[in-house]
Ligand binder design. Structure first.
Ligand code: ADP
Ligand code: MG
Length: 389
């Protein structure tokens, strides 16, 4: 089953309802990161060249179904106008060709996926275009309900995201390497269980690697480690073995006595650690081991930093591995896809954010997708396409 794209429709002079994710970060009244705005521009440009009228639908924060000026999107058209160099109006009375509507979540019908509210939205346009992959894991009126009422397509951003994710995990070139790090294994059990069945190598770093090492009988000192997760670790390891997925654990680690930036540190092996030490990054030998695996890889999927990248120099492991993936990607040797809130910051910190094949900024939806879940917003587009065919 597949979904329709902008190229499947005659869009000329149509009114498009464009579901976007303009839930932008705001600090001191200013948009602090315009990534979501910038990424939407190709779709806006495409629709403009097709003489479309565009009504942009977005949520902003969590007003919980109530009108709340604190969560109004009124401030945003001026920012969009500046970033896109095209006039953007606000609200249902706007006369502009491109208009942003007020926060969808002011209406309780949005999150309840109320069909009357979906109908209200649908009545405003001819074709629904979804470019908000980051909300695709939610079944809301503007992501699923509306697709049952009108012709629907993925926008250019959604299309690119789905293509990258599909090429990384559904129909990847082998060998496929998944790199998973971050703090806790308990938040990533479904991710690990899904990935071991799909990839050739699962490289583990970060705090969750400690839990694996602990399950193997290695000492972890006062490192972050979820000792109650040993059974889960063993079950993941067994599943990996059955699926021919090799789990790669660190062979050395960076240990500190104080959890702070520039703390005195030493490189230690796996067999010994002092009780007052904790490990907060992977060591140089681990970086070499991972690099060797990457040298033969065709596809890399990454979620979660290798260490506490927020404190220097403990971003070293994450940086070195990220730079290796970036260099191989630039040489055309592999397809690299990464995602996750902290992962995006970590790769940005490593200075290579533009050198991966694709970086997903859709935190929750990206994670649910690598957990192997169907995303309601994507399923809805596919179902609409199969009905229309
Ligand atoms: P994402 O948001 O990309 O899914 P996570 O939230 O799972 O990533 O993990 C990010 C966090 O993991 C970071 O705040 C980082 O400091 C932490 N982390 C990584 N390695 C360790 C470690 N060895 N000990 C403690 N925390 C760690
Ligand atoms: Mg996180």
């Amino acid at each position: 089953m597949t979904f329709k794209t902008l190229r499947d429709f005659d869009l000329n002079e149509k009114t498009i309802l464009l579901r976007a994710d303009l839930n932008v970060p705001v600090q001191d009244g200013k948009v602090s990161d315009t990534t979501r705005i910038d990424r939407l521009k190709p779709t806006i440009d495409y629709l403009t060249t097709q003489n479309c009228k565009v009504i942009i639908l977005s949520h902003f924060g969590r007003p919980k179904g109530q009108v709340n000026p604190e969560y109004s999107l009124k401030f945003l058209p001026a920012v969009l106008t500046e970033q896109w160099s095209i006039n953007v109006g606000f609200g249902s009375d706007s006369q502009e060709n491109i208009t942003l509507l007020e926060n969808l979540r002011f209406n309780p019908g949005e999150e309840a996926n109320n069909i009357a509210y979906a109908q209200e939205l649908a009545s405003l346009g001819d074709i629904f275009v979804n470019d908000a992959f980051s909300t695709a894991h939610r079944a809301h009126a503007s992501t699923t309900g509306i697709t049952t009422l009108m012709p629907s397509a993925a926008g250019l951003l959604m299309e690119a995201e789905l293509k990258a994710l599909t090429n990384a995990l559904e129909v990847p070139q082998k060998p496929v390497v998944a790199i998973v790090g971050g703090a806790k294994i308990s938040t990533k059990l479904s991710v690990l269980n899904n990935l071991v069945q799909k990839v050739d190598y699962l490289v583990l770093g970060g705090g969750m690697a400690n839990t694996f090492l602990f399950a193997m009988g290695k000492p972890v000192g006062k490192s972050l480690c979820e000792k109650d997760m040993v059974d889960e670790v063993k079950s993941i390891a067994a599943k990996a073995k059955a699926a021919n997925c090799e789990i790669i654990l660190p062979t050395d680690r960076v240990a500190v006595r104080e959890f702070k930036e520039n703390a005195p540190h030493e490189i230690i092996g796996l067999d010994h650690i002092e009780d007052d030490q904790e490990t907060i990054d992977i060591g140089p030998q681990s970086i070499k081991d991972i690099s060797a695996i990457l040298d033969d890889a065709k596809t890399v999927l990454w979620n979660g930093p290798m260490g506490v990248f927020e404190m220097k120099p403990f971003d070293n492991g994450t940086n070195k591995v990220a730079q290796k993936v970036a260099a191989l990607t630039k040489k055309g040797k592999l397809l690299s896809v990464a995602g996750g809130g902290d992962t995006v910051s970590a790769l940005d910190n490593a200075g290579i954010i533009d050198d991966f094949s694709y970086i997903s900024t859709a935190g929750g939806a990206f994670l649910e997708w690598i957990e192997g879940k169907d995303l309601p917003g994507v399923v809805a587009l596919k179902e609409q396409a199969s009905k229309a065919a």
